[in-house]
Design a protein around this ligand. Structure first.
Ligand SMILES: CSC[C@H]1O[C@H](OP(=O)(O)O)[C@H](O)[C@@H]1O
Length: 318
C-alpha cells in the first residue's frame, strides 16, 4: 500500500499536506477552486500530475456543492476557475493541458441540443474524476515499460541500482508514481538492488517525500545529499543501470524541464556512462513549444532556500 496524495469521493476532497511531511501526516480539506489553487501555489500539493488532478477535482467539489443554475454561469465559472488554477504554478504543463482539454470538452457538450446546466455540470465532474483512474493506469504502464527498458540495458541478471531526484511517487501523482513507478515495478519484478534518492534542495522533496515513500514500502534505498551524486555514481556499481527522473514539462524536441538539480545529474550520468531516463506521462508533454527555451521556469521565494521549518540557515541578504 502506497501513501495517498489525496482522498476523493464525490463532493469531498482532502489532500495530504506535504509541507508537514515527514513529521506529520495531515489531510486538509479542499472545498473549492480557491482552496485548490492555494494548495498548489503553497506546494501543500505538488508534482506535475497531482497538480492537475487536485486542481480539476477542486473544481468538481465546488460544482457538486454549488452547481450554477444557468449554462452561461457554468461556462463563465469553469473558465475563470481554470485560469486561476493554471496560474497557481507555471512550469508543469499538466494543469494547463487539463484546462485546455476540459474547456474543449465542455464547449462540445454545451453544443448538444437541449442540454441543461445540470447535465453539463455533471459532465465536468465526471471528466475531472476520470483523471484519477487514468493517472494511476498511466503510471503503472510507465513503471513497467521503464523497468523493462532499464533491464534490457542492465546486461546481467540480478538487481539493478537506480538513482532518482526530487519526488515522483504516489505523492506527486494519483498513485504509483512516474520515475518512482519505475522503481516500484523493478521492485515488484525482484530486480531492484538499491535506490539512491537525492535530498533535492531547497524544498527537500527527496529527503522529506521520496525517502518517506521508500521507507514506508521497505524499498532498499539510501538518501544522499545532492552533492553526493557524483561520488555515488562513481563508487556504487551502477554498471549501466540508470538515473531515472520525472518531468514537469517535455517539449517538442525532447527538451525537459524538471526540478532544479536534474541538469547536473544528467551531466554527471553522461560523464559516468550511466543511462539517464525521464519517466513522464503524456499529460506532461507540451508539443506546442518547440524547444525548452520557451518553458517558463518557476522562481520561488528566497526563504524556501534560506529557511528550514521557519529556522534561518543562511545569512540574510543585505
Ligand atoms: C511526477 S512529478 C514531476 C515533477 O514535479 C516535481 O516538482 P514540484 O515538487 O516542484 O512540484 C519535480 O519537478 C518532479 O520531477
Amino acid at each position: 500500500m502506497s501513501l495517498e496524495s489525496l482522498r476523493y469521493s464525490r463532493g469531498s476532497l482532502q489532500v495530504l499536506n506535504q509541507l508537514l511531511l515527514p513529521q506529520l501526516s495531515q489531510y486538509d480539506p479542499v472545498t473549492g477552486v480557491r482552496d485548490g489553487a492555494d494548495a498548489i501555489r503553497t506546494m501543500k500539493v505538488r508534482g506535475a500530475p497531482a497538480i492537475a488532478i487536485v486542481g480539476s477535482l477542486s473544481l468538481a467539489v465546488e460544482l457538486t456543492s454549488s452547481p450554477p443554475q444557468q449554462t452561461a454561469d457554468l461556462l463563465a465559472f469553469v473558465r475563470e476557475s481554470l485560469a486561476l488554477l493554471v496560474g497557481a504554478r507555471p512550469t508543469a504543463v499538466n494543469m494547463k493541458k487539463a484546462a485546455d482539454e476540459l474547456s474543449a470538452f465542455l464547449a462540445e457538450e454545451a453544443e448538444k441540443p437541449g442540454v441543461t446546466a445540470q447535465e453539463l455540470t455533471d459532465s465536468v465532474i465526471r471528466w475531472a474524476e476520470s483523471l484519477l483512474e487514468k493517472d494511476v493506469k498511466d503510471n503503472r504502464m510507465i513503471g513497467d515499460l521503464g523497468a523493462q527498458h532499464i533491464l534490457q540495458t542492465a546486461g546481467a541478471p540480478g538487481g539493478v541500482v537506480i538513482m532518482t531526484h526530487c519526488n515522483t511517487g504516489s505523492l506527486a501523482t494519483a498513485g504509483y508514481g512516474t520515475a518512482l513507478g519505475v522503481v516500484r515495478s523493478l521492485q515488484a519484478m525482484g530486480r531492484l538492488s538499491h535506490v539512491f534518492c537525492t535530498e533535492t534542495r531547497p524544498y527537500n522533496q527527496g529527503s522529506r517525500l521520496t525517502a518517506y515513500e521508500l521507507v514506508y514500502e521497505k524499498i532498499p534505498a539510501t538518501l544522499i545529499t545532492d552533492s553526493m551524486a557524483a561520488v555515488t555514481m562513481r563508487e556504487r556499481q551502477f554498471s549501466p543501470p540508470a538515473v531515472v527522473v520525472g518531468a514537469d514539462r517535455v517539449v517538442a524536441n525532447g527538451d525537459t524541464a524538471n526540478k532544479v538539480g536534474t541538469y547536473q545529474l544528467a551531466v554527471l550520468a553522461k560523464h559516468h556512462g550511466i543511462p539517464f531516463c525521464v519517466a513522464a506521462p503524456s499529460t506532461s508533454c507540451d508539443l506546442s513549444l518547440p524547444t525548452g527555451g520557451s518553458i517558463v521556469i518557476e522562481e520561488r521565494p528566497g526563504q524556501e532556500l534560506t529557511d528550514i521549518n521557519g529556522v534561518r540557515v543562511a545569512a540574510p541578504a543585505h
